[in-house]
Design a protein. Structure first.
Length: 246
């Protein structure tokens, strides 16, 4: 194996599961590191380059949802949650926090391996952020608009707040994270919805249309979010990033 081999972190308080999974992943051409708790997982993440995290939700001490939240606040590392059959609420919360996939226990290791490969393929196909977001950054400006990412608010030049749905905010955040980059429908679905996206879903077109009605001077002739025929959509404006606003 070399440094290009995907490095998987398996986080589970069950020693047998950790051992079996790590050995199975290594036998199938991956690198694997294990952690028995949230605290151990944090230490590994601080010291090693991890490509994907397999994360059990139910753990003593810091549970998997807390670890998932910490990861999403600090990095974009893909996460696959391991859940018990009865943990529907935790699974949904985990996906809302940004987990990429989930698998219910008991599971077949071959299915986990297939999901790991699928998530890694999807993550590697997404464009990298044009500019890294600093921890204190909460205001992103483009054109005459200011997006307050901490409050999920959009302000026009006059300071009037324009309401955004959760989907519209996620879409606008994806565009401002990748300004002047052509994003396909599938990439936008992955960036905004992750696993919840349906492979045949074309709702992204409707979301773009609704967003244009809120931010474009003339939605019928958009100048900010442009359609790239055969490619997808692109935010054509320059994006300016500011620190925490008062």
């Amino acid at each position: 194996m070399n440094e290009k081999t995907p490095h998987i972190l398996v986080v589970d308080d069950n020693a047998e599961i950790r051992d079996l999974l790590s050995k199975y992943l290594v036998r199938n051409g991956l690198r694997a590191t294990t952690a028995a708790s949230g605290a151990e997982a944090r230490k590994v993440l601080a010291a090693a380059s991890i490509d994907l995290i397999v994360l059990d939700i139910m753990m003593p001490g810091e549970d998997g949802l807390s670890v998932c939240r910490h990861v999403r606040e600090t990095r974009d590392t893909p996460i696959i949650l391991l859940t018990a059959v009865a943990e529907d609420t935790d699974r949904i919360v985990g996906l809302e926090m940004g987990a990429d996939d989930y698998l219910t226990k008991p599971f077949n290791p071959r299915e986990l391996l297939a999901r790991i490969k699928a998530v890694l393929r999807r993550a590697n196909s997404l464009p990298h952020r044009a500019v890294a977001e600093s921890p204190g950054e909460t205001v992103v400006s483009f054109g005459d608009w200011r997006l307050r990412t901490d409050r999920r608010e959009l302000e026009n030049g006059a300071g009037t707040v324009i309401s955004l749905s959760t989907a519209e905010f996620a879409l606008l955040k994806a565009f401002t994270d990748h300004p002047r980059m052509v994003l396909s429908r599938d990439q936008l679905l992955d960036l905004t919805q992750g696993r919840a996206a349906n492979v045949f879903d074309r709702s992204i077109d409707n979301q773009v249309s609704r967003l244009r009605k809120k931010i474009e001077p003339d939605p019928k002739t958009p100048s900010l979010i442009k359609t790239v025929w055969g490619g997808g959509y692109m935010l054509s404006a320059e994006v300016r990033r500011e620190g925490r606003a008062s």
